[in-house]
Design a protein around this ligand. Structure first.
Ligand code: ARG
Length: 449
């Protein structure tokens, strides 16, 4: 007979190449804590339903708790479930054989993944909150700094730096919403589904759900063991979150370049070059931008792995683990490092402010000025366009123009007071320091709620 816990019907000697290939213990070992937590709840239910004796329950739970304290000592079996069960046999003898009553590794692994993901999503939500706080601090600390707002990476209209950077707060808030939604899907107990069709024994999944703090039990046994959409929802929320971090990173990298020179980073967060002695590079932001690729990959990997699987459980689904773990690790590490990086960031206020003037950023204000004089917007647009062309031809900015110049293009002298970027931001409700301060305060309240 085989030494496998599932080996009753097997007779022939096994090849280690085959067993090694099928094994997942090298990576699902990190589910040990959750596997044991699930098993303890399961055993309590078995005893409550009189499927095993109270004494047997107590022996099994004691054994499982001991194993939880010495996970490092687990012998590598095919997977975490078998490794734990084998060790339990070693510790408490044949009563261990009662643990797997009315349970399959199919509903067991679905449970482990849900327990694991529930914890990790909560941890990621906390890290996100900390990053949001860093962004608010950055905005508040530089509330009145005017910068050129961009579209197409061309100077567009003056905005406040605080306004610009707050964009990321809004993105991260939606990331949190998506993660909380994923959490709602995770919050469903699959145990009781067995391999796919439940059990003839009088089990009570609801009792297990209560013990493990699940608000629902999966209603349909085949569905409970067949789908990994709760993982996909997380992976897709994670991919969107990483896209946001990557965009922020891209901006910081650009801003730190001598061409932009918008920010200076403390050298504690910069990295040198092995060949060019002068270099101080923003590698941390580049790495986060780069890691976006693997997080997208993990989503596409898992979507592709699931596509075309017939019901119910298939071993392909063992392949859900490494991409999930990788996304969790990548998100957590990126979110941990980001606040440290942002703390080391200082605005080059003079430079940013001087650039807020460049590139005719107040052209739209001038067009709207003409609108207030009764000129249709399209016409006003054209007139300011002509003024811009005049300036380009004469290598001038709006501020270099005389009253006479303005008059000849149909503007009154009062237009000159509109040319300052700080006036421009104040005159628009959405960009005014007052409005941005209001948004920051509101954001703080959201975080503290
Ligand atoms: N290691 C497996 C997985 O990750 C556990 C379930 C295996 N079930 C089975 N019937 N072979 O999916």
């Amino acid at each position: 007979m085989s030494d496998k816990l599932w080996g009753g019907a097997f007779q022939d000697a096994r090849s280690s190449v085959i067993d090694d290939f099928a094994a997942s213990i090298s990576f699902d070992i990190r589910l040990a804590k959750y596997d044991i937590e699930g098993s303890i709840a399961h055993v309590k239910m078995l005893a409550k339903c009189k499927i095993i004796k109270l004494k047997e329950r107590d022996i099994i739970i004691k054994g499982l708790k001991k194993i939880a304290d010495e996970v490092g000592k687990l012998a590598p079996e095919e997977d975490i479930h078998l490794s734990i069960e084998k060790r339990l046999h070693k510790k408490i003898g044949k009563v261990a054989g009662k643990l797997h009553t009315a349970r399959s590794r199919n509903d067991q692994i679905a449970l482990d993944m849900r327990l694991y993901l529930r914890d990790e999503i909560k941890a990621i939500l906390n890290l996100l909150k900390a990053l949001e706080k860093s962004i608010l601090n950055l905005a508040e600390g530089n509330l009145d700094v005017v910068m050129p707002g961009f579209t197409h990476l061309q100077h567009a209209q003056p905005v406040l730096f605080s306004h610009h950077i707050m964009t990321y707060f809004y993105m991260l808030e939606r990331d949190k919403k998506r993660l909380r939604n994923a959490l709602l899907e995770v919050d469903c107990l699959p145990l009781g589904a067995g391999a796919l069709a439940g059990s003839t024994l009088p089990i009570e999944p609801r009792f297990v759900a209560r013990l493990l703090n699940f608000s629902r039990v999966c209603e349909h046994s085949i569905d409970a063991v067949s789908d990994r959409d709760f993982i996909l929802e997380f992976l897709s929320a994670g991919a969107i979150l990483m896209m946001h971090l990557s965009r922020l990173s891209e901006e910081l990298i650009m801003w730190a370049s001598p061409e932009f020179d918008f920010i200076t980073l403390d050298e504690t967060v910069l990295t040198g070059s092995s060949m060019m002695p002068q270099k101080k590079n923003p590698d941390i932001a580049e790495l986060i931008r780069g890691k976006c690729g693997r997080v997208y990959g993990n989503l596409v990997n898992t979507l592709t792995m699931m596509k075309g699987l017939p019901l119910s459980y298939n071993r392909d689904m063992q392949e859900d683990k490494e991409p999930l773990f990788d996304t969790v690790d990548t998100l957590k590490r990126s979110l941990e490092v980001y606040p440290v990086f942002l703390k080391a960031l200082h605005l080059n206020v003079e430079r940013i402010t001087s650039l807020a003037q460049e590139g005719f950023t107040t052209a739209t204000d001038l067009a709207e000025y003409l609108v207030t004089k009764g000129i249709p917007f399209r016409k006003a647009h054209e007139k300011v366009g002509k003024l811009v062309l005049h300036c380009i031809k004469n290598k001038k900015n709006f501020t270099d123009l005389s009253d006479k110049d303005f008059h000849s293009f149909g503007f009154g002298s009062d237009v000159k007071k509109l040319l300052k970027p700080e006036v421009s931001v104040k005159r628009r409700k959405s960009t005014s320091p007052r409005e941005v301060r209001r948004l920051i305060e509101k954001a703080r309240k959201t975080l503290n709620a």
